[in-house]
Ligand binder design. Structure first.
Ligand code: MSK
Length: 658
């Protein structure tokens, strides 16, 4: 017995300091351990990632396997059917793209369903809040708007955008927004998307056993499918959400767990589709429900967002945001959350257990997402308040019956959020000459070295927020303007970089621009579907002139330093296919030294697309992006301008010192 005990491994203790750089999450992880509660951080600590899966060297597409190939000797073995490592990896990668694209496009389709019902007068709870955006989107795809009513334009827009999903042949409507030269490359390579349903279906077919067994041909359909996400499903989700609920403009708001209030009924909405959150906003403003909360002894009802639903509402309405993906269990440990409503995507099943430990009422609301053991209150767009009122009522009951001690980390970080691509136009160009020309001018004259999109999740395999923050600090220090979405935006907001004062962390050139305009060096654009705003911004930069003719010519780069979801792979690949060098952190699901790896990391660029990159270290990641930006500046012949700017600064410093 004694011998057996000696042999038993000591349980692996979570090193909280290494798990997260978010102080509020760390505080809650300590409490979780005191309370005997387990989180995804603890599970990641004890669950060794499967090494074969991590290398994507395993195929389980049929029952002749699963076949394990050897990452150390990639061409030494093939699967039972004869599939090579390149076929296996390309198929695995393609299925990640298909799943991620399906998630975004299904989200977009839901928004389009709501839009159709609003236009047809079947939904009374929502309306067209931004008719100017409606016109602009309609015009961008060639719909006549002059002397026509909002309803007429909206009807045509619905019909046109429906093609984004169901069109069997021809190019999707938003292909009209793609710079001509980029579109030319897509046409030449045969990757202009048809409807997303067709592209995803074809990609799933091709990756079935015994169909497409050439990694180059699989990658081609990967690109087509990913583009159907970025310039299709995701873009529709963003544009329709803006039309229905308003286009974001800069708004001051707070993030972090200190947004919870001990003396109020706290409700969190977590997920992705904005309609649940919008109706919840109406519910918490309802005088009857406010009165009920007060009668239960609360000062009021406090509505807070998390994850991407939260990022979208933070941008659009300035609703406080409590934390990103890796904090969604941690916040329940405060004991202060009376109800959490979730819809789709990035909802950990583990939330159910943690909610149960602290008596939080957790509700799933979307027919696509139920969780075993968690109560489901279905959200119907035609009668949305039935669901959201019920969540509020349940939260009030829980508030009244609170018994456990409450511990809310006293941390809140104020910042400016809500930078849509339209607002960047006004901000830099002014109301009367709104355009991207001033941005391009500042890039051409070298004050701004280039633009980086830093997006994506947090992942317990790396220190939460740390990789995002270190990387972005390095970028802005080197005069790279950073635009962000999703959980990454919240990482940086918690680090205090969403204030104009954070410009002091930027290099001299970027700092000068930020101080002149009064903007932070890091601009938040919303949720993960809102990466489509970054695509439009790149198209606008091409249109404004002076930085080449295609997106691939621009001195820009992208990154997802702590990615974890298949959606992130789809996003990464649509940026690559659009012409952007995109660097991922954590791990990359492909064995190096294979032909497929070479294609993604080098070959695609030679074909006129962007390319993939990988580095685990944030500084290395930043410098890969900076080197790429400099390469593009050189190709554009604007590298000397930057040297002059640097010379000016040095001269100025010498003068100041004299
Ligand atoms: S929520 S996909 S963890 S960004 Fe969009 Fe955050 Fe990544 Fe989910």
């Amino acid at each position: 017995m004694e011998k057996e005990m000696k042999k038993a491994k000591a349980p692996k203790v979570l090193d909280i300091k290494e798990a997260t750089s978010c102080d509020a999450t760390a505080q809650m992880l300590k409490k979780a351990e005191r309370d005997g509660v387990e989180t995804a951080f603890h599970r990641a600590n004890t669950m060794k990632a499967c090494p074969i899966g991590a290398d994507s060297a395993c195929c389980k597409h049929c029952s002749m396997g699963p076949c394990r190939l050897n990452a150390k000797d990639p061409y030494g073995k093939v699967g039972v059917c004869g599939a090579t490592i390149d076929t296996v990896q390309a198929r695995n990668f393609a299925r990640m793209v298909a799943s991620g694209a399906a998630a975004h496009t299904d989200h977009g389709m839901s928004m389009l369903d709501v839009f159709r019902e609003v236009v047809n007068g079947n939904i009374a709870d929502y309306s067209i809040k931004d008719p100017i955006k409606l016109e602009e989107v309609a015009q961008s795809i060639g719909i006549e708007t002059e002397d026509r009513s909002v309803e007429e334009i909206a009807r045509d827009l619905y019909e046109e955008l429906e093609r984004t999903y169901i069109q069997v042949e021809g190019e999707i409507p938003f292909a009209k927004r793609v710079p001509e030269k980029t579109l030319e490359t897509w046409r030449k390579q045969g990757v202009v998307p048809r409807g997303a349903m067709r592209e995803i279906m074809e990609l799933m077919h091709r990756t079935h056993m015994g169909v497409d067994q050439h990694y180059e041909n699989i990658t081609k359909q990967c690109s087509r499918t990913a583009l159907a996400d970025g310039w299709g499903g995701s873009m529709v989700a963003t544009e329709i959400s803006d039309i229905l609920f308003g286009t974001p403009t800069p708004v001051k708001a707070e993030v972090n767990m200190g947004c919870l209030k001990e003396d109020e009924v706290n409700i969190i909405i977590h997920g992705h589709e904005p309609n649940l959150f919008e109706s919840m906003l109406a519910s918490v403003d309802d005088p009857t429900l406010i009165k009920a909360a007060q009668e239960a002894g609360a000062k009021g009802i406090n509505l807070v967002g998390m994850c991407c639903s939260g990022a979208e509402m933070l941008s659009r309405h300035g609703i406080p945001h409590a934390g990103n993906f890796m904090s969604t269990e941690a916040i329940l440990i405060t004991g202060a959350v009376d109800a959490m409503g979730v819809d789709v995507q990035c909802i950990k099943q583990g939330l159910g257990k943690v909610a149960e430990c602290y008596g939080t009422k957790l509700f799933t609301t979307n027919p696509r997402c139920h969780i075993e053991g968690v109560e489901h209150i279905e959200f119907h767009e035609h009668t949305p308040r039935e669901c959201t009122d019920s969540i509020v009522e349940n939260a009030i009951v829980r508030f009244k019956n609170r018994t456990l001690p409450i511990e809310i980390p006293n941390i809140r970080n104020a910042g400016i959020h809500g930078f849509s691509h339209e607002y960047i136009n006004y901000m830099l160009g002014g109301t009367f000459r709104a355009s991207y020309t001033p941005l391009n001018d500042n890039i051409i004259n070298g004050r701004i070295r280039g633009v980086a999109g830093v997006v994506g999740c947090t992942n317990p395999r790396v220190k939460q927020d740390w990789v995002h923050v270190e990387m972005v600090k390095e970028l802005i220090k080197n005069d790279v303007l950073v635009v962000q979405t999703g959980c990454s935006q919240i990482s940086l907001a918690k680090a205090g970089l969403y204030t104009p004062e954070a410009a002091h962390l930027a290099g001299a050139g970027l700092r000068e621009v930020c101080e002149t305009v009064g903007m932070p060096p890091v601009l938040g654009l919303g949720s993960c579907v809102d990466n489509s705003r970054i695509l439009i911004a790149t198209a606008e930069m091409v249109k404004a002139g002076g930085l080449g003719e295609s997106i691939a010519d621009l001195p820009v780069a992208g990154a997802a330093p702590e990615w974890m979801s298949e959606k992130a792979i789809s996003i990464g690949h649509y940026f690559v296919a659009s012409g952007v060098y995109t660097v991922f952190g954590v791990t990359f699901p492909i064995v190096e030294d294979t032909r497929f790896h070479k294609l993604l990391f080098e070959g695609l660029e030679e074909m006129g697309f962007g390319k993939w990159g990988f580095a685990a270290d944030p500084h290395e990641m930043a410098h890969l992006m900076i080197a790429h930006i400099d390469k593009k500046r050189k190709a554009l012949g604007i590298d000397k301008a930057r040297e002059r700017v640097l010379m000016d600064m040095a001269d100025r410093q010498k003068l100041e010192a004299a």
